[in-house]
Design a protein around this ligand. Structure first.
Ligand code: GLN
Length: 188
């Protein structure tokens, strides 16, 4: 399985390492043409305004709006998946909900569908303010929604790539495998 990581700004290398640790191929994506060669895409954390500008500049906003790729957004990537930007997940997201950079924190989270607790690093993290019917809530922190999914997309407020735990990457990869299995069954 080839999992791309949008490589315009943010924590790209760490995501690639996590994908490889899960036994799959991680590919940094810098040009829209490269979207043709992957099975799914991760939108990393960083600064959502900066990433969005670069996405506009390099044609990714258009390309990703049209794309059917499964996507996983972390932190700034979650913001970009929301209704205000790519509109992939039916969510509205509030930025910087847990204080400033200096208030960054680590937390063990209970996550629906994951057996063990998962370590989550929050850095100027957003939270999900509201979500539509297609969206399933997977986890909350301080009563704020911090992890959601729908059929093709996973979005979380924090940075799983900065921990030792690859459970979220594995969760996403399993989602992508299930989707391609279902697609193969339909075309048979
Ligand atoms: N605060 C950043 C933003 O709003 C997100 C922070 C992050 O990705 N760690 O874009």
């Amino acid at each position: 399985m080839k999992i791309g990581v949008l490589a315009l700004q943010g924590a790209v290398r760490e995501h690639i390492q996590m994908i490889e640790a899960c036994g799959e191929t991680g590919i940094p994506i810098k040009k829209t043409e490269e979207l043709e060669n992957i099975d799914a895409l991760i939108l990393p954390g960083g600064e959502s305004t900066a990433i969005r500008r670069l996405m506009d500049c390099y044609g990714f906003t258009e390309a990703l709006k049209e794309s059917n790729l499964p996507m996983f957004g972390t932190c700034a990537g979650l913001i970009l998946l929301g209704q205000a930007h790519l509109g992939k997940l039916d969510i509205t997201v509030e930025r910087n909900s847990f204080g400033r950079q200096i208030d960054s924190f680590e937390r063990e989270l209970e996550v629906k569908g994951i057996d063990t607790t998962a370590t989550a690093v929050f850095i100027r993290a957003p939270h999900i303010e509201s979500s539509g019917e297609s969206v399933e809530v997977l986890s909350t922190a301080d009563e704020k929604i911090v992890a959601v999914k729908d059929d093709r997309h996973l979005g979380i407020s924090f940075h799983p790539e900065l921990t030792d735990s690859k459970v979220f990457h594995q969760y996403f990869i399993d989602m992508v495998k299930q989707l391609s299995f279902e697609a193969a069954e339909v075309s048979e």
